[in-house]
Design a binder for this molecule. Structure first.
Ligand code: B4P
Length: 190
């Protein structure tokens, strides 16, 4: 079993690389962004509340996101392990995840950050906005999402770095080049 956290700014390729990782390592995928977008689509009370935050590029409050993630975690089969994509994003979320995993006799093996320059993030997200119509892929919202990431990232990185579970990966280049870099750090801890 291996449990991974994929971290990085918006547009750094967390979703893209997660798809490849779940194939290669047969992991269960938990993306809080995807779960929230699904809640929004279903017009659930959480989805309606989350929309206001997501539209502005703000984080959905910890209380809601943590409860949602823990419920989903309880429902998932975890034979080979999990990839947590976009969670935790705050130190509170990191603490809650550690607590929940400890109760299940599990732990995070590695937190991988995808490092991508701001200019490239904006380019990728504007392109995705044109192709997918995601309403948060619009310039002023993208810039706020990047600022929010920059404010919240360091405490999360420190949380895993203190436990020697943090790896930073250069997130530019082709998708396959980045994937090879990620696999190399995973193989080193397996
Ligand atoms: P997320 O869904 O996590 O969205 P993201 O950070 O924008 O995406 P990601 O990094 O996965 O980018 P992707 O691979 O798609 O969050 C959305 C919102 O939900 C947040 O702003 C927040 O409001 C809320 N939320 C989610 N989790 C939360 C939490 N834990 N707490 C509170 N709120 C939370 O890549 C982007 C684009 O780049 C794609 O189009 C892709 O094709 C392209 N791309 C990828 N790799 C590339 C490469 N190597 N070269 C060129 N293009 C590439």
């Amino acid at each position: 079993m291996i449990n991974l956290v994929l971290f990085g700014p918006p547009g750094s390729g967390k979703g893209t690389q997660s798809e490849k990782l779940i194939q290669k390592y047969s992991l269960a995928h938990l993306s809080t962004g995807d779960i929230l977008r699904n809640e929004l689509k279903q017009q659930t009370p959480l989805g309606k509340k989350a929309k206001a935050y997501m539209d502005k590029g703000e984080l959905v409050p910890d209380e809601e996101v943590i409860a949602m993630l823990l419920q989903t975690l309880d429902r998932q089969n975890h034979a080979n392990g999990f990839i947590f994509d976009g969670f935790p994003r705050t130190r509170e979320q990191a603490r809650a995840l550690r607590h929940a995993l400890t109760d299940k006799d599990m732990r995070i093996d590695l937190m991988i950050t995808l490092d991508v320059p701001k200019k490239e993030l904006i380019k990728r997200l504007l392109k995705r906005g044109q192709l997918s119509g995601r309403s948060d892929d619009e310039l002023s919202v993208i810039e706020n999402r990047i600022n929010v990431y920059n404010e919240q990232a360091q405490p999360v990185i420190d949380f895993y770095d203190k436990m020697h579970k943090y790896a930073s990966i250069e997130g530019t280049g082709t998708i396959d080049e980045i994937f090879a870099r990620i696999c190399a750090v995973i193989e080193a801890v397996k």
